[in-house]
Design a protein around this ligand. Structure first.
Ligand code: ADP
Ligand code: MG
Length: 348
């Protein structure tokens, strides 16, 4: 049998290189929606509409009213390692935008039929781009679209059967999509957001400017019961600021399915954070029950590294000890104030 390494070395075609990169970033429809929503927010949109069909596998559309993309930039938007968000290492260190790797659109368009339609604020008209062939050559043509951008993604993984096999049922994929939508909606208060699935309006969220409006949004997205059984907290210490809603121990859950934590506006799943929260609830929750919370941590961007993983769910705190202690103390104190010594499990 011929040894694999005896074959000649060849440069990968752009499509194949993008498909390999897609393996890292694009796990399922929800990962696509996350990337597209982040792009819309980075473009300054305050109105974003999402339409999905068949758990997103058949069709996903994200339409925004952001600044749009100029005609000459459309092909670049679809190519790998092309981004308008950072130019040098200093930018990377202080990155505030949600995207910055410049590979989401290229990756998604290598594993689907993607159409990018956009009208830049300063442009007379809209243009549309899609890529074709193994070289992913961009084709640009005139289109009709108001200022802003629409990205339509059809038939995700149609050309990568191995990936398609890992997709779950429509319902499961939709649940993941809705979760991705919620994480954005719970942090982008200024934004009108709408979500439709198979023609049905699932969420339609008005922009919020007061805490009452925020609480209505949290109730809509999580559960009205959470808002009835939560305390609002706000605490600042040594450059760290924590605020949000802490579910009372009476609102405990069988699963850890209502836990939202944001670091500088980014939804994050982090071991330091989970550990601190868990410890804080330890004395007031029965073993095996999970708390619910929607919390926001804000700190100097230089104190946190977001460039850890392509999907950016993970972060690395420069001083994780300090963050852990601050979280634990703040939450522990808030819980001690509101919970009497007795605690009862609740069925849900
Ligand atoms: P990144 O977001 O990491 O820069 P992407 O592949 O997601 O990489 O997007 C590439 C580029 O396309 C972005 O840097 C941005 O300039 C442009 N772009 C993508 N989506 C939008 C959008 N909705 N509105 C305006 N520009 C966009
Ligand atoms: Mg992006």
């Amino acid at each position: 049998q011929e040894a694999l390494s005896s074959r000649r070395i060849q440069v990968l075609s752009p499509r194949l290189a993008n498909q390999i990169a897609a393996g890292e970033v694009v796990e399922r429809p929800a990962s696509v929606i996350k990337e597209l929503l982040e792009n819309s927010l980075d473009a300054g949109a305050d109105r974003i509409q999402v339409e999905l069909e068949q758990g997103g596998v058949k069709r996903m559309l994200v339409r925004d009213n952001g600044q749009g993309i100029a005609e000459e930039d459309l092909p670049l938007a679809l190519s790998r390692h092309a981004t308008s968000k950072i130019v040098n290492l200093d930018d990377l260190e202080a990155v505030r935008s949600m995207g910055f790797r410049g590979e989401a659109l290229a990756s998604v368009s290598s594993v689907s039929r993607l159409t990018l339609t956009s009208r830049h604020v300063d442009a007379e008209q809209a243009w549309q781009a899609r890529t074709s062939g193994r070289d992913m050559v961009p084709e640009v043509s005139p289109a009709a679209h108001p200022v802003g951008t629409s990205v339509e993604v059809l038939d995700l993984f149609f050309n990568t059967p191995a990936r398609r096999k890992f997709l779950k049922t429509e319902k499961t994929e939709f649940n993941h999509l809705e979760e991705a939508f919620k994480r954005i909606a719970l942090s982008q208060w200024h934004c009108f957001l709408s979500l439709k699935h198979n023609g049905r309006q699932v969420h339609s969220l008005k922009a919020c400017s007061t805490r009452a409006e925020q609480e209505k949004r949290v109730a809509d997205l999580c559960s009205p019961d959470l808002m009835q059984q939560a305390v609002f907290l706000e605490m600042e210490h040594l450059g760290l600021r924590l605020w949000g809603w802490l579910g009372l121990p009476t609102f405990n859950r069988r699963q850890a399915d209502m836990q939202y934590f944001f670091v500088n506006g980014r939804p994050v799943r982090d071991r330091v954070v989970s550990h601190a929260v868990k410890q804080a609830y330890r004395d007031v929750l029965f073993h095996g029950r999970h708390p619910a919370y929607v919390l926001y941590l804000e700190l100097d961007p230089a104190g946190v590294d977001v460039n850890v993983h392509p999907t950016k769910h993970e972060v690395r705190f420069r001083d994780s000890r300090q963050v852990h202690d601050f979280l634990f103390r703040t939450l522990h104190r808030a819980l001690a104030e509101v919970s009497p010594q007795t605690h009862q499990p609740q069925a849900n």
